[in-house]
Design a protein around this ligand. Structure first.
Ligand code: WT7
Length: 645
């Protein structure tokens, strides 16, 4: 069986693309018809990018969990929805059928209702990669509570900021999480995050690692107890049910925090209908999913990739989604290949940073692993270098699996630019073509469309989108103006991605990386201003400037130039203290790779830090620093060059 809107040839792609641009309403209406609605839409699309204001399927009512679960029960009830692979290979795999998923999600919905959670309430989810995380996400969606998942690598301070911004009233967490040989004390981090918090009423704790936790009376409850109670309420005469709450198409589905150029992460808001249609449409078409395939997306549900391509996209397509608790290199660098072999994985979707890191272990970890089940490979999160692309193609795909290079962002909800596996051509390092409904345009610094080709016949500029696709960001939580200025005000009448790109004569795109002050470290998005704020919290620090530099495995590393007062102390100790501070304020993922102590920073006469120069030095391009004559004190530059690490 194929999906009715599955593109199967280049010609079908071209037709779908043309139709989606010429007649978007008819196009998306014919896709949306295949979903389960409680009420049909009055209008397919209303929009302007000035406010911005975007509405898809206005007037429609639905619940995304009916589309991800209930509608599959009659035909796929006993098929696996989630295959869960634990961190420790010797622990048993769990297979969650659609019937079982239905029951668990109904139970969570009942549990949350029992605890007082209502439609529209913000529920923060801070859990490891266990099936209960998917149940929690979908349980929220079933009752219309807005989930905000926070990645396990963020610190108590980061969680506290997000709880405050979202005015969250409930938290779902675990005692701890296993990741490789580490055991992360999630509940204890939540306890720290809650010091001084005034909004959170209840914390639900799922037992995973059996690490001791402090359970606070009247606030903390055990998942297991509450779920057991809920079970008796949702099951009558062997029939499980919990009514899925009616949601308006544009009601918020979730908030996900992400970094920008300012010091404060923003809560990206996605709404129900458009996000559902887009994640489903892109999942089916980019990966060319066929029912029965096992799809393994290695991301964490704490990031958008996990939301869209572990949970909502695959489940809405009735797919089997493999969820892995651990990391690629533990207990050894053959872990992914063991999983592919063991579960006969058909689609593997991972990040270039993981590929580069595994590449470093050579071919030995692949030996003896049966990878013949693989049909499609995918990458996401950062540009992929050709060496890694070829290794992935040859060693993993054995040159018989198309590779999709999928470009998208937290704000886009799902994939916007990618080849379609085995249908449209792959080009190493290129994301290639826009999906139907996506209208990329390259502009110069003034916002004018690039019309001149460069010497290589390419157009080069800042990547923008001319029109909305169904899963475009709707707002930044609690601050719509921030959404406008961040994405819709840099250039008139377009959505600005923050990325630079090249386009060739075939209309294919190559993403060159961020053009703003956002870093991409191992596929994790980190704002330089955020890291600077964290470093500046350290008592001995006067000022700092953070830039990225090319890193063999992480893609980008973090380079910090720091002015300190008390370097009479052991320099290395101060360095460790700064790392500890960043870890506390943001989380271990934001720790600088290099810290260089400097006496001054290169500033213009108006006091602006010349980051261009600092970037060049961090990249090792000392010979080519450009014009430094406008600096307040050109002398600091040579001092910094001499002290480079
Ligand atoms: C940024 C978005 C999309 C989910 C994971 C990251 C970079 C993403 C690619 C790609 C080159 C890519 C961009 C983008 N990026 N995919 N295939 N090729 N760069 O989501 O944290 O919102 O980061 O990741 O720079 O703007 P995110």
């Amino acid at each position: 069986m194929l999906y009715p809107y599955q593109i199967r040839t280049v010609e079908e792609y071209q037709n779908a693309y043309r139709e989606s641009i010429e007649n978007p309403e008819a196009f998306w209406s014919s896709v949306a018809e295949h979903f389960t609605w409680k009420r049909r839409w009055d209008a397919v699309l209303n929009w302007n990018f000035k406010d911005p204001h975007v509405e898809w399927f206005k007037g429609a009512q639905l619940n995304i969990t009916e589309n991800c679960i209930d509608r599959h029960l009659a035909t796929r009830g006993e098929e696996p929805a989630i295959i869960w692979e634990p961190n420790h290979p010797e622990e048993r795999t769990r297979v969650v059928t659609y019937n079982r998923l239905h029951k668990r999600v109904c139970q969570v919905a009942q549990m949350l209702t029992n605890l007082g959670v209502q439609k529209g309430d913000r529920v923060c989810i801070y859990m490891g990669m266990v099936p209960e995380l998917a149940y929690a996400v979908l349980g929220c969606a079933r009752i219309g509570a807005v989930h905000s998942v926070i990645f396990g690598g963020f610190s108590a301070q980061s969680i506290a900021d997000r709880l405050e911004d979202a005015q969250a009233t409930y938290i779902i967490t675990c005692d701890g999480a296993f990741r490789g040989n580490k055991d992360i004390p999630l509940k204890s981090i939540i306890d720290d995050a809650l010091i001084g918090n005034k909004t959170v009423k209840k914390v639900i704790v799922y037992t995973r690692t059996r690490t001791p936790v402090s359970m606070i009376k009247n606030r903390d409850v055990w998942w297991e107890d509450e779920m057991e109670h809920a079970e008796s309420q949702i099951e009558r005469d062997g029939v499980v049910s919990f009514p899925a709450v009616k949601m308006d198409a544009e009601d918020p589905l979730f908030i996900l925090y992400t970094s920008g150029s300012t010091g404060k992460p923003k809560g990206v808001v996605h709404s129900c209908a458009g996000y559902m249609v887009w994640t489903n449409y892109t999942f089916i078409n980019v990966f060319q999913y066929t029912p029965g395939d096992v799809h393994f997306c290695t991301a964490d549900v704490g990031w958008i990739t996990g939301h869209s391509y572990i949970v909502y996209g695959p489940l809405s397509a009735g797919a089997t989604s493999l969820m892995f608790e651990g990391i690629p290199t533990w207990p050894d660098a053959g872990r992914f290949w063991d999983i592919v072999d063991k579960h006969q994985v058909n689609i593997l979707y991972t990040a270039p940073t993981a590929i580069r890191s595994l590449m470093g272990y050579g071919e030995a970890p692949l030996q003896g692993k049966n990878l013949t089940s693989l049909k499609v490979l995918g990458t996401v999160g950062e540009p992929i270098n050709e060496e890694a692309w070829h290794w992935y193609n040859e060693q993993v795909g054995k040159k018989r699996c198309p590779i999709v290079d999928t470009w998208w962002q937290t704000e886009t909800g799902g994939i916007l630019i990618s080849n379609l596996a085995g249908i449209t051509p792959a080009v190493p390092g290129w994301a290639t073509l826009p999906l139907p409904g996506v209208q990329p345009v390259l502009v110069d610094e003034q916002g004018a469309e690039i019309t001149q080709q460069d010497a290589d016949g390419m157009w080069k500029g800042n990547l923008c989108m001319r029109a909305p696709w169904p899963a475009i960001i709707r707002t930044t939580y609690g601050d719509h103006e921030r959404c406008r200025t961040n994405y819709f005000a840099t250039y008139e009448n377009v959505y600005f991605t923050g990325d630079g790109a090249l386009k060739n004569e075939e209309g294919q795109f190559r993403i060159t990386g961020r053009v703003d002050d956002v870093l991409n470290v191992s596929g994790h998005r980190i704002g330089t201003a955020e890291v600077e704020n964290a470093i500046n919290m350290h008592a001995g620090v006067v000022e700092s400037a953070v830039v990225g530099f090319p890193h063999d495995i992480k893609g980008q590393g973090i380079y910090a130039y720091v002015i300190c007062t008390n370097l009479h102390k052991d320099e290395n100790m101060t360095r460790q203290d700064i790392l500890q501070t960043v870890s506390r304020i943001i989380g271990p993922i934001a720790k600088p790779d290099k810290i260089q102590f400097v006496k001054g920073l290169p500033k213009t006469r108006s006091g602006k830090i010349m980051r261009r120069i600092l970037r060049k030095i961090a990249e090792g391009e000392m010979a080519n620093l450009g014009d430094t004559s406008t600096l307040l004190d050109p002398g600091v530059v040579s001092e910094i060059v001499d002290g480079k690490i």
